[in-house]
Ligand binder design. Sequence first.
Ligand code: SF4
Length: 460
Amino acid sequence: MSRRKKYFIKESAKISFDLKHRKTIRFNIGRYLTAVERGKTQFAKYQEAREIANGIKNEVLSNFSDTLNQFEKNFTANGGQIIYAATKEEAVTEILKIAKAEKVKTIVKSKSITTEELRLNEVLEEEGYKNYETDLGEFIVQVAGEKPYHIVTPAMHKSKEDIAELFTEKFDTPENSSPEYITNFVREFLRKEFQQADLGISGANFLVADKGAISITENEGNALLSTSFPKVHIAIAGIEKLLPRMTDLGLLLPLLATNGTGQLISAYNTMIFGPRRNDEMDGPEKVFLILLDNGRTELYNKKYLNLSLACIRCGACLNVCPIYQNIGGYTYETPYTGPIGSIISPHYEGFEEFNHLSFASTLCGKCAEVCPVKIPLTDLLLYNRDLAVRTTKTDKAWDIGINMMTNYLLSREKLDRFSGSFKNIFAQSLLKNRLGKKKSFPRFAKRSFSSSVKRKENVK
Ligand code: SF4
């Protein structure tokens, strides 16, 4: 069993029984679910909206090279510079190269899960840059020395009391400070850094091919400041973020906002067409876009599994997933978590090491039911499982056990050859360690149902 899988099993068993964690997550997800229902009322025909969104993303998948070429041509004509990075290492090298050439000292970053894929914060800190996450949730987890817990709400695992305590410890703020006090404190703190920063780093929600523009949607204005104050802006995006037309945003931005946070639309929506033009007063002098592959082309070439590239990172599938709700965001050890993370992470982080995530699902189907772009998530989990069984080393002891069990479970006669006590000893010894300390395997009756019936018949 791989180290990652062992960790996953051990950590899942621990965190599932952490009642404080469960209470915080249930509270935050409960509020989210109520808000989403409100948000959906903006669509006269919500299911039709999902169909259309699915059509738009599938249009990109079926014309991928043309859409990418069109985006590149228009973005470059607007003055932006595109750098293709085949791996995360290449992307990091390019970012460091730009930072060095531009003599950067201070960096402001807006929320980007793609930069988590690069482990960019760790690298920038090791290289000695002053690097600030500027989204409030991201800032909180950065101050705590943690990673984002969730792709949309990075500090979802923390209660307001946890955050107040953290800020008192790190910034000497008054004990039990309110969320409003902390928000104002962070706003003041970061304002100075926005003014001093030489480099802004962002992600991209969408790359609009017909205009060559980057679309960023957010609620705090920090992405707008990160991409307009510093003289250099680097955006990092997976190549799958393409949309054919600007008009597609009319559907996808509200759909993302509704499913991400329950809003009608996010508070700030920025379109970046390239660097500052001569007649513009502000904006960066240089805009770079790093287009990251890191396994995406390989995934694109896999039948059915390539549908996962349609994801718009709304987080809805995580929030409804019974596994995510119980084991939380850190157990996965990957930036992308929940159902979509269990599908794509093995392809981005290493299939051999991470394919166990695809087995971490009850296949209840709730994720596919809520996905705004209609990705058949449960089917894709099964395709990953199939791939794992066919292509990777399997756990021999487990395979032998399952084969034996299948053989016996398919034959009533074979099963009845053993007494209930024997079956109990066998099942307990085989499954005890697999189920963990908190769960037990149901006990077999002393005599099986069929042998009891037979005995009764004989009596007659
Ligand atoms: S798979 Fe669907 S529900 Fe999950 S994050 Fe992506 S778009 Fe949202």
